[in-house]
Design a protein. Sequence first.
Length: 526
Amino acid sequence: MSTVVNSTLLFILILTLPGASVGSVAEQNDVPLTLAPFSQVNPAIYGDIVVWQDNRNGNWDIYGYRLPTGEEFQITADSHDQYSPAISADIVVWIDSEDESTTRTLYCYNLLTEEKTIILTSATVDSAPAVFEDTVVWAGHYKYQRGVIAYNLATGEEFLIPVSSYIYDGPAISRDIVIWSEKRPGRVLIQGFNLQERERISIPSTMISFSSDEDEMNPKIFNDVIIWTEGDVIHTANLETRKETRIAEMETCYRSFHEENLAIYKDIVVWRDCRTGRENIVGYDLSTKKGFQVTSQGSGKGTPAIYGNIVVWQDSRNGDWDIYGFDLTAPVIPLEISRRTFILSDLFEIGIIFGPLAFLLFLIGRLTADMKTFKRTVGSRLSQEKEFRRNPKPGDWIAFLFNSSCYLVLGVLFLFGMGSSFGYVAFLYASYMIIYGFFYYRWLSEIPYIFIKDSEIMIFEKPYFRPAIIPLDAIEKVNVEKWTDIPSKVKVSLLNDNRAEINLENLTEDSRKLFIHMLERVTGAS
């Protein structure tokens, strides 16, 4: 029963099933598995069996379909809702809401014995279940502790994987490995656990994203390969080789409800995509690194699943949701998966983080170079008559501290309040400002605003520019401008009709008068 349907069987389905579409290559090879009234959604597939949730009877039930024979069969017929089916080998599991309360129960169904059994668990059911052979996993609370619950159908053993934070997506399971995404301040991490070894495993993923909280991770696993979405980019990581790769960028299709959007089987990844301006199912071959289009018809599509060569999904081309299938051994439409966006994204993130850092290092370098140059030029002993230091302005430091504090507050709000990784950027910028402030303070302490040497006047107006130099023997006339009887600016006429201005606002009133007196004395100009 678990053999994968081949292209010949699906070709028979294309000829015999009603409603097979006619159009492009992809449209000619996808077939409806059910065209029942109302909605059929959330398909899952294993071997030649497809299951889904169906509300043709006025509530959600679980239905199944045998691909080789085209036989549709009903698994549940209760008056309350059954939904979120998953399948592995001969076992189908789903969530059952037995009453009007929020209590949810897990059931399983054996396709060989046709027996339905309740999964007797002490844990709550807070997510859709996933199943691999005899092991069912889901997110929930067990004895007041949050985590991922693993339940062995053969032995009845129940095991809790403790999770300290909010489970964002998942879990998913393949062989002995369970994965899920876990919400942390400012980021979402993919976590893993080996059920055989009873120990956590590290996932080769950076997973620090500048995406918003609504971006779904949808982690999936097949053998040693994990896939997930970070923002609009699909990532894959190999647990054996420890290599992480970005394979494609999705064109997001916005929906008002949470839905699964990624599926993997061996080297094939499929997802829902809107790159053509319409919702379609597309895929990517990890071995050949080539993309392809499964569908091209412009109706709503979603929740793809894959096993072997068969892809199934929910499709609204007929007005309500139906389940469709496609055999990948049939011709597909090639799809160009551009990596240019990855490069632009990398450059953008590098620019955000390292651009200001490079500028900060440049400023620090200039400040340090200015201090060394000044000391080397004037010597270690300075005449107090020849140097004029800045008048400290508390307002400048208050503004500087205020800006740094604002970045720190924004970092806390973004990171811990909104869960956004932009909090890291805010903390980074606050650190840059604090480091720069330290070196700027040293620069102000060691370098005067105006320094008069024997042959020239040096004006250190800004920390990252070279000082302005006025030769004393080139000064012909000194004109002092005043503001409310206080000298505010000195305009100097130089030889060859050149002019220079010296702003005195950085000096105290006494220093301004002393500088003007000294300037007139050493130049003989007035």
